[in-house]
Design a protein around this ligand. Structure first.
Ligand SMILES: Cc1ncc(COP(=O)(O)O)c(C=O)c1O
Length: 318
């Protein structure tokens, strides 16, 4: 294997793993797309690279420029990898709900972290509004993951084709959550164009309104929840709900229990939203499907080591 010019050349082409124990006995295989094995530990490495490549190609970024992004943490780490390799400064605006592990990770990769209250999209304190305001006040470059067209585009160009190839050209369903909606929109569009009958399913935390916005049969319930990186009260601009066929709502308890099973029964070192996606994927598979069910394993456990739910059931003695 030839040396790569930079770690950025290792973004994408992530493995697909069969969930043989957690999905035992189901009529179709359930597979995990291991985005947590990207260099920055999450699916967001793909969009971080794509958004900055797009800005550079358009001559919008000069050496030493300052980037600013609103992030639950993962996009911040992805952007920090590109910023490190290409000499940009990075400011991340993070809602206080996000784990201390993420704040530490962002600081460790050299990002400046601005923590703001958990506020509704209409509030001036909302993390996306604060990021936009800082960009305008300081002339920083806003990477705008929640609306940037390069977001769904990179998933249509990379994640979707990888999933189809790794399933031998036949996919029954693709299941993932919505943070910005770029993954489900881009990968969903690609799979629908080439795999007739594939179902695209939203895995949404109980407390998020997105399932209701996709399918009004789901209750319109807007409340706090612990799972990080997915869900919300408004559909992000980067998300095309027309690509989504159905939604499954998953409670924090079920998400975290499934995450612990993925770690302890499959050896997959993933974060809480992977539990959300796999819990939904198990239901889809149990209901019968025209081929394998693929769940997005979006990020890594090391973002949540300080969270009690990750250690629950584990024994620490002495
Ligand atoms: C932690 C996490 N981040 C992000 C995403 C999806 O990313 P996006 O909708 O922003 O493409 C997921 C999807 O499941 C996720 O679990």
């Amino acid at each position: 294997m030839q040396p790569s010019p930079s770690i950025l050349d290792r973004v994408g082409n992530t493995p697909m793993v069969r969930l043989s124990r957690v999905a035992a006995g189901l009529p179709v295989p359930v597979l995990g797309k291991c985005e947590f094995l990207n260099p920055g530990g999450s699916v967001k490495d793909r969009i971080a690279l794509a958004i900055l490549d797009d800005a550079e190609a358009k001559g919008l970024l000069r050496p030493g420029a300052t980037l600013v992004e609103a992030t639950a943490g993962n996009t911040g780490v992805g952007l920090a990898l590109v910023a490190a390799a290409r000499g940009y400064r990075l400011v991340c605006v993070l809602p206080e709900k996000m784990s201390a592990d993420k704040r530490a990770a962002l600081a460790a990769v050299g990002a400046e972290v601005v923590v703001v209250p958990n506020a509704a999209p209409s509030s001036p304190e909302n993390f996306q509004n604060v990021a936009r305001r800082l960009a305008a006040e300081h002339g920083w470059f806003p990477t705008e993951q929640f609306a940037h067209p390069a977001n769904p585009r990179v998933h249509e160009a990379t994640t979707g084709p990888e999933v189809l190839a790794q399933c031998g050209g036949r996919v029954g369903a693709f299941v993932c959550g919505v943070g910005t909606g770029g993954t489900i929109t881009g990968a969903g569009r690609f799979l629908k164009a080439r795999c007739p009958g594939v179902r695209v399913v939203l895995a949404d935390p109980v407390g998020s309104r997105l399932a209701h916005l996709v399918d009004p049969a789901h209750p319109d319930h807007d409340a706090a929840y612990q799972v990080e990186g997915i869900g919300g009260s408004v559909m992000p601009a980067a998300c095309d709900p027309a690509v989504i066929d159905a939604a499954e709502r998953v409670s924090d308890d079920e998400s975290f229990e499934t995450t612990r099973r993925l770690i302890r029964e499959e050896g997959l070192l993933v974060g809480g939203s992977s539990g959300t996606a796999v819990a939904a994927a198990l239901r889809v598979a149990a209901g019968g499907c025209a081929g394998p069910v693929v769940a997005l394993l979006a990020d890594s456990w090391d973002r949540y080591l300080s969270r009690p739910w990750l250690r629950a059931g584990g024994a620490v003695s002495g």
